[in-house]
Write a protein that binds this ligand. Structure first.
Ligand SMILES: [Zn+2]
Length: 319
């Protein structure tokens, strides 16, 4: 009996220890899971973070801030800043995208949308809105636009374009899911694009016609002059024309996705609607069609490539 009781006691101790160890194990597992589980909340990256590492679902598509209306001359404490801005907007010599440019007026509509003002770039209301933006993002806070402010905005605009995050070596295959735009929707030759892109484009054009009919006094306004481009045809054309317009574009253009559209937003005299000449882009930045797009295209899922006022990408489907 003594031996049996000893064995029974030993078994009971073993069971107790096993139960204790199992409890500790479960606790460690739960603790580890809580510590390591992925955070389901979408995380907007800080503006200073590099572009990599976001998937389509995580990409923040922050629309431009709500436009503040009011008296653009009211903020008299920003009169000096407004004077500095109206000067640099036409005279600053800088290289925001590589080639030298003079002034930043071309980017005025994009900047105004980003800082949430309807005021012109030389007005105190613009400087006041910029100072407010600078308090949250900028290195300075005096309402005077400098290249460092622009660089932060440029990164934010870049980050809103899913395509811009694709490395050339990860270039997606040309999309096969394509449909033709209507003849009345294109400027020039027939254009193919993804059905979703076309549907979003049509919703956007219907809204523009209702909200800003003056845009369409120019019949070609907002018509599509380039959409899907087959990379092989692109390569042949670049060879034939002797104009490859940058190696990256030939290797991996956003136009291979069926998500990118080039829209007619006017042009300078003697230029074509996709001329990267500074004078052409400046003329386009003053065009009512472009200005409407800057304020409204995000409602339909379109984002702009800031260097090309005509180039818009639909963000409604993964690249
Ligand atoms: Zn384009």
């Amino acid at each position: 009996m003594g031996a049996l009781a000893a064995i029974g006691g030993w078994i009971m101790r073993l069971l107790r220890w096993t139960a204790l160890l199992a409890l500790v194990g479960v606790g460690v597992l739960i603790g580890g899971w809580l510590l390591l589980k992925p955070d389901p909340r979408p995380r907007a990256p800080a503006l200073s973070e590099p572009y990599q590492g976001e998937t389509f679902a995580e990409r923040p598509l922050a629309p431009p801030r709500a436009v503040e209306t009011g008296d653009c001359g009211e903020a008299t404490q920003y009169t000096e800043a407004a004077r500095a801005n109206s000067g640099s907007a036409i005279s600053l010599v800088w290289t925001p995208f590589g080639p030298e440019e003079v002034g930043w007026e071309t980017y005025g509509p994009l900047i105004a949308a980003e800082i949430g003002t309807a005021c012109g770039f030389g007005q105190p209301g613009f400087a006041a809105a910029l100072a407010e933006w600078q308090r949250r993002h900028g290195p300075s806070r005096d309402g005077v636009l400098r290249p460092a402010d622009f660089e932060i905005m440029k990164q934010a605009w870049h980050r809103r374009r899913p395509f811009s995050k694709i490395r050339p070596e990860d270039c997606p295959p040309p999309t096969a899911d394509l449909t033709f735009a209507g003849v009345e929707e294109v400027y020039g030759r027939p254009m193919q694009l993804r059905p979703g892109t076309l549907a979003a484009y049509r919703r956007m054009i219907a809204a523009a016609r209702a909200e800003a009919p003056e845009i369409f006094a120019r019949p070609e306004a907002l018509k599509i002059f380039s959409a899907f481009r087959d990379p092989e045809a692109d390569a042949l054309r670049c060879e034939a024309d002797g104009n490859c317009d940058g190696l990256r574009r030939t290797l991996c253009s956003a136009h291979r996705t069926g998500l990118a559209l080039d829209l007619h937003v006017g042009m300078a005299a003697g230029r074509d609607p996709a001329s990267t000449a500074n004078a052409n882009r400046l003329a386009q930045s003053r065009d009512p069609a472009y200005r409407w797009l800057v304020r409204n295209a995000h409602r339909f899922g379109f984002v702009n490539y800031a260097f090309e006022p005509w180039h818009w990408e639909w963000t409604g489907e993964p690249v």
